[in-house]
Write a protein that binds this ligand. Structure first.
Ligand code: PMV
Length: 326
């Protein structure tokens, strides 16, 4: 059995996954679309070997029980597919903090799926890898194909997967991840999905999702940046409204998050097209056109609650690399 290492970007969704139909299979209540980000990524090495008596999981140089358990459940799925019982060592490193709302589970499970499947000798297609990644974390399904990806809702294990709608070079837009607070979130996305339908507004959200998906695909086809930004921003607010009105209520925003949202609105009045979104956390991700990047970065530097800004281009999906982490 060989050792394999993969590199996977994270992704940020334009139209988001929030709430599951089948929690066991991680089947979403709606389809979603995203772009993979060039400067936020995970590298993972997996080795199955008889020399390991137990699975050994090291993520960002630490051995966290909860994170390890999730990874082992995923390794079990890979072992089952490959028909092996061999234990594994996994070393995984993000170039950004985990559980901070920067979609670490997306790049994490995408990278683990590819490295794990390859180390176990499985030769999976992109679709099969996306299905496998989805079982670890829904949004990870979209990091497998990368670029501008659509995760089809589907109604079975096999029909719910992501594919690349457009390659990364299709549209030259920038995605600025704005770091507000690196602390671990109080409620992760798994907890949020579980209670999404306790919001009295969840059914309203769901009744609009198919139309939203049609609309975003139409503006992406036309590369209509302004309309794209309007839809993305409305969708981000919609998701956080559900979180706020769930029982118990979840507040992901921090004062710094709101200061960035207001900055976007102010800049738009001055003719700079910049739009915000975020995942289940306080860090906004801003979309803009390359010509406006410098102006936006200098405005972000003026905001006292902003710690750092990471500029991303659209990028391709998960792939194997030769350099192992151990
Ligand atoms: O993949 P999960 O279970 O971490 O859920 C992702 C949830 C959001 O990031 C808020 C939305 C999305 O589609 O990425």
């Amino acid at each position: 059995m060989k050792k394999a290492t993969s590199f996977s970007p994270t992704n940020i969704a334009f139209i988001k996954f929030w709430g599951k139909g089948d929690p066991e299979l991680n089947l979403p209540n709606n389809g979603s679309l995203s772009v993979s980000l060039s400067n936020l990524h995970t590298t993972t090495t997996v080795e199955f070997s008889d020399k390991y008596k137990e699975d050994e999981i090291v993520i960002n140089d630490t051995q966290d029980l909860v994170e390890s358990e999730r990874a082992i459940v995923h390794l079990d799925k890979i072992r089952k597919m490959a028909g092996i019982n061999t234990k594994a060592k996994v070393v995984s490193r993000n170039n950004f903090p985990t559980a901070s709302g920067l979609a670490s589970s997306a790049s994490g499970f995408s990278a683990l799926s590819l490295a794990g499947a390859s180390a176990a000798g499985l030769n999976l297609s992109e679709k099969e890898l996306s299905v496998l990644a989805r079982l670890g974390s829904g949004s990870a399904s979209r990091s497998i194909p990368g670029g501008f990806a659509e995760w089809l809702k589907g109604d079975s294990n096999d029909t719910s997967y992501a594919y690349q709608l457009y390659p990364p070079e299709y549209w030259d837009i920038k995605a600025i991840a704005v770091i507000i607070n690196m602390d671990k979130k109080e409620v992760g996305s798994t907890g949020g999905h579980k209670i999404a339908d306790t919001s009295p507004y969840y059914q309203v959200r769901q009744s609009r999702m198919e139309e939203k998906i049609r609309n975003i695909k139409e503006v992406m086809e036309k590369k209509d940046f302004q309309r794209f930004g309007e839809i993305v921003e409305e969708e981000a607010i919609d998701l956080h409204l559900i979180a706020l009105s769930s029982n118990p209520s979840i507040i992901y925003w921090e004062p710094g998050t709101i200061s960035v949202m207001k900055m976007c609105r102010r800049l738009r009045k001055e003719g700079v097209l910049v739009y915000f979104t975020y995942d289940a956390g306080p860090q906004p991700v801003l979309f803009c056109q390359p010509k406006d990047l410098d102006r936006i970065i200098s405005e972000l530097k003026e905001l006292t609650l902003v710690k750092e800004s990471i500029v991303n281009d659209p990028v391709g999906g998960a792939h194997l690399i030769d350099e192992h982490l151990f």
